[in-house]
Design a protein around this ligand. Sequence first.
Ligand code: NAD
Length: 492
Amino acid sequence: MEQYQLYIGGQWVEAQSGERSESINPYTNEAWASVPVGAEADIDLAVQAARRAFDEGPWSKMSNSERGRLLIRLAHLIENNIERLAQIETRDNGKLIRETTAHLKSLVDYYIYFGGMADKIHGDVIPLNKTSVLNYTLREPIGVVGAITPWNSPLLLTTWKAAPALAAGNVMVIKPSSTTPCSILEFAKLVEEAGFPPGVFNVVTGPGSRIGNYLVQHPGVDKISFTGGTDTGRSLASLAGKHIKRITLELGGKSPNIVFEDANLDNAVMGVMAGIYAACGQTCSAGSRLLLQRSIYDEFLNKLAERSRQIKLGDPSDWHTEVGPLANRSQLEKVAYYVDIAKQEGAEVLLGGKRPEAAELQQGLFYEPTILTNVTNDMRVAREEIFGPVLSVIPFETEDEAIRIANDSDFGLVAGVWTNHISRGHRMAHAIRSGTVWVNTFRNANYASPFGGYKASGYGRENGLEVLKDYTQVKSVWVETEEKMRDPFVVG
Ligand code: NAD
């Protein structure tokens, strides 16, 4: 069994308690790695190390371009380790090797993009009506950033935080999900090899309810960046509020994928499948509500069901597998629970709705690709995030009705629109209340384009230039250039 340690202050260490837990491979359902169970004392050490690196240097004393060079060196190390890291992440969370490999390739671009950004973050000179005063702004790092990340895409979602935060001069204490801690610990070895000074990048594994909470309240932490469920996000936001601490929240979704009668239906079928079956539906940007125009309802569903029926479930490390297992047992139970609720509420199962029967799939945590029809937007399957391969189909008649249903949700993370009329595409993009709208595509993300939620899907942005606002603070500097100070009591 693989043995991991915590990475604190540039050292590989055991948890202070000496406690360990096992990480389970969801395909074999067997433990494959042993990981320390960190507690408050370990977070204290990590925060102290991070504070030292930030308050005393060397990190804060390094030039911007030196910091950028380290990020770019890290990018090249990732590039040389794509296959190995992708295999570890697939083993740890069951995500398809083709998906983890694609993520790893994209990480190289993230670190190069933000590495290149490190020496381009600057303030402004502000023209005031008093010409003797020079007023300028400094865009400074916030300090120690606590990053709390989920299990569905550990390396990608940690990178969305670490690359911009480090580029802007912050230091990190990372708390990965306790069910998928291994790929980040493996990644930290590359951070060490790249030559980042001790304390700049720390990883402490352990239960979120204990150390995640503790990290948010820690007086040595200046900012929290959280990706995870909306309920957890809500409670962390209130803790952060209590301590007047900045927080970025990337939360859940119940996103509409809207297909109009004028769309290229074959393309839309591909987009709808990518939206709900990618990562076995365990993605914040799943297109889990299919809004389908009534005039193409039967034709579209026939095409979708036909292709969905052929989906190849299996070993996530096999390049031919199309849908892998769910990442953990409670996730599997949650999916089955929601399908039962949907049936009780009157939905019909067009496809799936159960665990697969094939003998070779019994050991893994598999659930069949599932399409539910007869769904109305007030049912729980249309309102709550399932985080599994379950598509709820809701018909609509007109564009206005599609907009109303799409926006009738607590969430607002992403939306897809399928139409061959560019004017309709733009109208919909303006009308939908979500942080991302995709027209004739779905589930695209890029280091250069901002990503984040409206409504209960969170606040703050990741990626692009926009994210730098979340990892910097602005100082306004006033310099009087007049040599003689005016008497403050002279009138006029
Ligand atoms: P989760 O909220 O259970 O856990 C996320 C992280 O928070 C983990 O590290 C966990 O250990 C920690 N945590 C859990 N309870 C905590 C607590 N009380 N205090 C502090 N930390 C705590 O979420 P998950 O099940 O790991 O991930 C799935 C969720 O993440 C889904 O809702 C999904 O939509 C969301 N997500 C959002 C995005 C996005 O960018 N918007 C991306 C991926 C996943």
